[in-house]
Write a protein that binds this ligand. Structure first.
Ligand SMILES: [Zn+2]
Length: 274
């Protein structure tokens, strides 16, 4: 894991332990107060969020149509939108880059590394490993679109965040299984927004986030442009096929989720015969 992501991960684990016991959806208000975020200013602004150092702590600024300054304790984080929750968790991660006197830590990452690390921290704060283990269930693996959507709704996060987080947790990943999210752009194009891949799918070129789907994705999941849940099968190697399914997420406009798995052709024939 890159250096700054490692630092943020440790800080996130530490904060989660200090606020235990926690359950899904994570009470971000509790985490924020622990980190010295005393107030939240909702206001119209050109970005999703920001953090400001003030005399007695931090103030988090959050994009909103209405201007309002409230004590953090008055904010019910489970009532915020999924997007606002991610922003809130991202801004909490920014506090990890200040020392006890609220001075920026030295050394300090470059702005780009800082933002990436705070996104990484947000994923960890919103989806702690032990709570994911509980959601998935003992002896089970992360192996379906339905499970991804269930976790997203329990944790009040987007499916993209679930996939990005699960991709780091090899112990929960199903063998030879891939699940990806895509978003339709205003111009009609499609971009990849989340990737969790394992086994045979690691042999293909790794999909790039915020870029059009990789060629192999179109090949095995042609339903991407018309996501109707239909099962598509394509030959892989002798006796094996890649089975895919694409669905439109009703909860999130323009989002498509695709999954693919490796199946033995013989096994399917036998099970159909039985
Ligand atoms: Zn940021």
């Amino acid at each position: 894991m890159p250096f700054w992501q490692g630092r943020v991960s440790l800080a996130a684990e530490h904060l989660l332990r200090q606020c235990a016991p926690l359950r899904l959806p994570i009470d971000l208000t509790r985490l924020a107060i622990k980190q010295g975020i005393a107030q939240i200013r909702f206001r119209p602004m050109p970005c999703d969020g920001a953090i400001e150092v003030v005399a007695d702590g931090f103030v988090v600024h959050m994009q909103s149509t209405k201007e309002q300054l409230v004590p953090t304790s008055a904010v019910d984080s489970s009532a915020l939108s999924v997007r606002q929750r991610f922003t809130f968790a991202h801004e909490i991660s920014h506090t990890f880059f200040y020392d006890a006197a609220r001075q920026p830590c030295k050394p300090h990452p470059t702005p780009r590394l800082l933002e990436g690390s705070c996104n990484h921290g947000a994923q960890r704060l919103l989806l702690p490993e032990h709570l994911l283990a509980r959601e998935i269930g003992t002896g089970r693996r992360f192996d379906s679109i339905e499970m991804a959507l269930d976790i997203a709704s329990a944790a009040r996060v987007s499916a993209e965040v679930v996939l990005q987080r699960m991709d780091e947790l090899d112990q929960f990943k199903e063998t030879d299984y891939a699940i990806l999210t895509f978003r339709k752009q205003d111009d009609g194009g499609i971009v990849t927004t989340g990737v969790c891949i394992n086994g045979v799918f690691d042999e293909f070129p790794s999909p790039t986030l915020y870029a059009p789907p990789a060629k192999w994705v179109w090949r095995i999941a042609p339903g991407l442009s018309t996501p109707n849940g239909a099962v598509h099968r394509s030959a892989y190697r002798d006796g094996w096929e890649l089975v895919s399914r694409c669905v439109a997420n009703e909860q999130s406009l323009g989002q498509v989720i695709a999954e693919g798995r490796l199946e033995m052709i013989a096994a399917r024939t036998i099970s159909t015969a039985v």
